[in-house]
Write a protein that binds this ligand. Structure first.
Ligand code: BG6
Length: 479
């Protein structure tokens, strides 16, 4: 179903995100017929270009990053004709009149702030000064949304001077991933899981987001952030919320976000000995170490973090949540494992073996859900129990085409145009996440904490194994 006609301005229109995600994503939506033919996309950035040059830039970005989606002949040219470019000075006056003159009445206006957060306030103010903001305007902002609670609050205040919360779309691209939304479908669309989804039946939950890539060319940004700010405070926190939240009364933006916020507010502070930070070393002369990659031989920033936390509420008290994420690990794998408790008593005797159910939700790659169930080992050898997987790999269950999910950005940008904020973070959510994160980081700084080294291509620092083994448990997935 096509969305309403829109004008989308991409500030930072020649940047990395526009090139890798936004423009290719919009093109794919155009191909699939969801983007109306009279939509318009206006790239805006400091560098001097004309619209023809911008179209050439977009064409190149689409060829390189749109994942080989096939479209009818001529579609790319049609799409490129939707594009304009304006050279703009975010802090000055250049380009603003021209941009304002391009805006059409009666269509949705969306302003994508794909720029450094320091410019958010300037952009918001100039959009207003030049009369471009209407009730139908929306702004989209990227992470990092602040560096800590104080800066996130300041950003929220700045944006609130010019836009209502209902017009602000804070992106966490994990929420746009097909399988992340599936967390809600699995939990709230089935009778099977929800009655067991609490500390009485769940022993513990593990969330792993492992990457094989290093920091690449993003060293300057990353070294000021580290895994805690770059991944834990946002992406893993969002996964934790979706796994742990109470059922919202409706699948509507505030109902969902209210429940997520309650989870964050119920999180216990994390004790220092429940956290392991790591930093990757070089790999066989093939990849540089973290320190080399960021060009800072003394840096204490972490490229890996594992922690244990608890949610102090009626449903989850007593069930630990183990979260870990890192770069240059042995596999790319984002998974959530829900480990159920043992049966209270084995009628087959202890010698038959005891097995607990394990629900694995694979977010990427190889998206799907597997439930380990216990059955009798086939054969005449008596009653011995084994685990077998009830496996639903989406590409098998749905067919490869149906399981060719749209990229997170494609979905999220269309949601912006539709005016649906369900998959975007509300200001109070982001602040609550920082309120939980800040004391953890302050603790490291006070203790001059040094991250543990780990080998590139490994499962992370050995201390992270100890973190969970001390509780007589083991990481599932990459080990
Ligand atoms: C980004 C982080 O938000 O998410 C990156 O800044 C990280 O450091 C990326 O690599 C991971 O996203 P995905 O979609 O590849 O899992």
């Amino acid at each position: 179903i096509p969305v309403d006609p829109f004008d989308l301005v991409i500030f930072g229109g020649t940047g990395d995100l526009a090139q890798r995600k936004i423009l290719p994503g919009l093109f794919r939506r155009y191909c699939s017929g969801q983007m109306p033919v009279d939509a318009r996309i206006i790239g805006a950035a400091r560098s001097e270009h004309d619209s023809a040059e911008y179209r050439a830039f977009a064409a190149q970005a689409i060829r390189e990053f749109s994942g080989g989606r096939r479209c009818e002949d001529g579609t790319l040219d049609d799409f490129l004709n939707r594009l304009e470019y304006v050279t703009i000075d975010a802090r000055g006056t250049d380009g603003w009149e021209q941009l304002a003159s391009l805006m059409r009445d009666g269509v949705v206006r969306a302003f994508y702030f794909s720029v450094a957060p320091a410019l958010f306030g300037d952009l918001a103010q100039r959009i207003h000064e030049h009369g471009m903001a209407t009730e139908e305007s929306r702004i989209v902002v990227e992470k990092p949304f602040g560096h800590d609670l104080a800066s996130a609050r300041a950003l929220n205040r700045t944006l609130a001077t010019h836009f209502d919360e209902s017009q602000i779309y804070r992106i966490d691209h994990y929420l746009g991933k097909e399988t992340v939304q599936n967390l809600m479908a699995v939990r709230f669309g089935n009778m099977l899981f929800e009655p067991l989804w609490n500390s009485q039946y769940v022993d513990h939950i593990q969330i792993t987001v492992a990457e094989t890539v290093g920091v690449g060319g993003r060293g300057e940004y990353y070294d000021k952030s580290g895994a805690m700010r770059d991944m834990m405070q946002n992406h893993l926190m969002q996964l934790l919320c979706l796994i742990a939240m109470e059922p919202p009364a409706k699948f509507d933006p505030d109902a969902v976000r209210d429940e997520k916020l309650k989870v964050i507010r119920a999180l216990d502070p994390v004790l220092p000995h429940h956290i392991v930070r790591g930093q990757y070393g070089a790999q066989d002369g093939e990849h540089p170490s973290y320190r080399e990659a960021v060009g800072n031989p003394r840096t204490r920033t972490e490229s890996y973090i594992a922690l244990k936390t608890h949610i102090s509420n009626w449903r989850w008290a007593g069930t630990p949540f183990y979260l870990r994420t890192g770069k240059r690990l042995k596999a790319r794998s984002s998974v959530i494992n829900v480990l159920f408790k043992d049966t209270p008593h084995s009628i087959f005797g202890e010698e038959a073996g005891r097995h607990a159910n394990l629900l694995t939700i694979r977010l990427q790659p190889n998206e799907g859900i597997t439930l380990q169930v216990t059955i009798k080992e086939p054969g005449p050898g008596g009653m011995r129990l084994i685990d077998v997987p009830l496996d639903m790999t989406f590409s098998d269950a749905l067919g490869p085409e149906e399981a060719d999910f749209p990229d997170a950005y494609e979905r999220l940008i269309m949601d912006v145009i539709r005016g649906n904020q369900t998959l975007f973070m509300r200001g109070d959510e982001v602040e609550a996440a920082w309120a939980w994160t800040d004391p953890i980081i302050a603790g490291w700084e006070a203790r001059n904490d040094v991250p543990k080294p780990y080998d590139s291509g490994s499962a992370g620092p050995t201390d992270a194994e100890m973190l969970i083994q001390r509780d007589n448990r083991n990481w599932r997935g990459i080990t």
